[in-house]
Design a protein. Structure first.
Length: 504
């Protein structure tokens, strides 16, 4: 490119104690262009964007804005140069209005008081830039995630941002909401705003990006066009070819009595959530559950796990019926649950990796009523090593780990608990392609050892690629069952979208 970039991180490096997280990386953002930053969890993407945003200062290299070397000691210094960041975890106050959030920290004043009329007018002007027609007095907490994302963008544009950093902006959005966001991004590009875009969804890259900078283990690997095939992007990210994106080893368990039925769900019903659900799972098997949003999949998984009450029916593990809504009994019977919302329901983010790995086994491993902390630490360290959880130490707060490593820790908890039935709800959401393959291989190892898996996923290719059988739900009912040989995207969607009542 001949034009001058808006901002360049030039040969930058960053270390934290003895750990080098960024080494000699260069990335530039140009006016009216979308630069994609791609890499596995732990590749250094977050550290890099924090240098550009003024959160971290590089230990080596320099930052160049409009051709001039600058220092960015604070986020305010970055904002003053037109650099704004839309974080994956939105920085909004839900109990404040849209106008108050857009102007937070920069409230206009009149006679020493907040000029609320001017505040509203400036907020309306910011919303108009992105085509968001909503009352600026609306509380942000009343908005859906997609509109909250747009409020964040409006907030950035209100400070005349020329460079927009978008960190996983589509992670929690539906496809329709994603398309709306991309339309806003296209409009911003036409007005000369440069963007740095991070996403784990490889199919989005060609749609929204211009060029891609690939990182691996904190080092620059390549800069390639956004039109580069996904297989090549995967190879650049992980340093090896992945012949199959979904490496399912079907029929993992040997043909012995261990292939007997492990889990049986019979006539399970919960008013308003699901009705008369029946299925079984055998050792060595992955049973996928597909369906549209609101079909009742998560509710069913939570009921089986003992997390939620149900009205009637039974859950049986190895011939033994479990009491309703009893997580302790479910764990004791060998059920492990990886929930859809790992941060809200699966982890204690401020607690250590060690603590999070041991929560399911603190009671069962206690000696004379006292927790076996030494044994727990030993078990946790062994599993963390086995699963290659990237961390500084096992005492590190788990909230500081990448999404993929957090998810592996949730899996690790159930490995320590020796769970034989794993209930997985969106197991790879927010996880990069390299970590996904590691999770799939972990699933293979569990079934090969005679365990069984029930997996809910909204990603149809994942359901098709990793399931031995697929159950399809619609409106809380079981619409049908498909073998791996029968299952196609069309077959699954036909069952998911049909009116089950018409079949009865």
């Amino acid at each position: 490119m001949s034009e001058q970039p808006l901002v360049t991180l030039q040969n930058v490096g960053k270390t934290f104690g003895p750990v080098t997280v960024i080494k000699d990386v260069t990335v530039s953002v140009y006016a009216g262009k979308v630069q994609v930053l791609l890499g596995e969890n732990g590749a250094g993407k977050s550290t890099l964007i924090k240098m550009m945003a003024g959160v971290y200062q590089p230990d080596a290299g320099r930052i160049v804005v409009d051709g001039n070397t600058v220092t960015l000691p604070t986020t305010r210094a970055a904002e003053a140069l037109g650099i704004a960041t839309i974080h994956q975890e939105l920085n909004l106050v839900p109990t404040m209005s849209i106008a108050e959030n857009v102007m937070l920290g920069r409230m206009p004043t009149k006679h020493g008081m907040v000029d609320r009329s001017a505040m509203r007018n400036r907020a309306r002007a910011a919303l108009a830039l992105i085509g968001l027609d909503v009352d600026v007095d609306t509380l942000v907490g009343e908005l859906g995630i997609a509109r909250q994302q747009l409020v964040e963008i409006a907030k950035a544009l209100s400070i005349n941002a020329r460079i927009l950093i978008l960190d996983e902006p589509t992670a929690a959005l539906t496809r329709h909401e994603t398309e709306s966001l991309f339309a806003v991004m296209a409009d911003l590009r036409s007005r000369g705003v440069g963007m740095l875009f991070i996403s784990h969804h490889l199919d989005e890259i060609a749609e929204v990006g211009d060029t891609v900078t690939v990182l691996r283990d904190g080092e620059f690997v390549a800069e390639v066009p956004a039109s580069t095939p996904e297989d090549e992007l995967v190879r650049l990210m992980v340093g090896r070819s992945i012949e199959e994106q979904y490496p399912r080893n079907a029929g993992g368990a040997a043909e012995t009595t261990e292939t007997a039925e492990i889990l049986a769900v019979e006539h399970l019903s919960s008013s308003g959530r699901f009705t008369d659900i029946n299925f079984t799972v055998r050792a060595g098997e992955v049973v996928g559950i597909a369906g549209l949003v609101g079909a009742g999949r998560t509710e069913l998984i939570r009921a089986i796990a003992g997390a939620d009450h149900y009205d009637s029916g039974t859950v049986t593990v190895r011939g033994r019926a479990l009491p309703k809504a009893n997580i302790k009994a479910a764990i004791k019977a060998g059920i492990g649950h990886v929930p859809e919302d790992r941060k809200g329901q699966g982890l204690v983010l401020d607690a250590s990796v060690n603590d999070n790995l041991g929560y399911a086994t603190l009671a069962s491993t206690a000696k004379l009523g006292l927790a076996d902390f030494a044994g727990q630490r030993s078990r946790a360290q062994a599993v963390a090593t086995k699963l290659r959880i990237r961390m500084h130490t096992i005492d590190q707060a788990i909230g500081a780990l990448s999404g993929g490593n957090q998810q592996k820790a949730v899996f690790g908890r159930w490995i320590i608990a020796a769970s034989t039935v794993l209930l997985l709800d969106e197991p790879t959401r927010g996880v990069d392609v390299g970590a996904k393959v590691e999770i799939y291989e972990l699933m293979n190892a569990i079934t090969a050892a005679g365990g069984a898996i029930v997996m809910v996923s909204s990603e149809l290719p994942e359901i098709l690629g990793m399931s031995d059988r697929i159950l399809v739900m619609r409106d809380g009912l079981l619409a049908g069952e498909l073998t791996a040989a029968e299952a196609t995207q069309d077959a699954v969607m036909t069952l998911a979208a049909r009116d089950v009542a018409d079949e009865n």
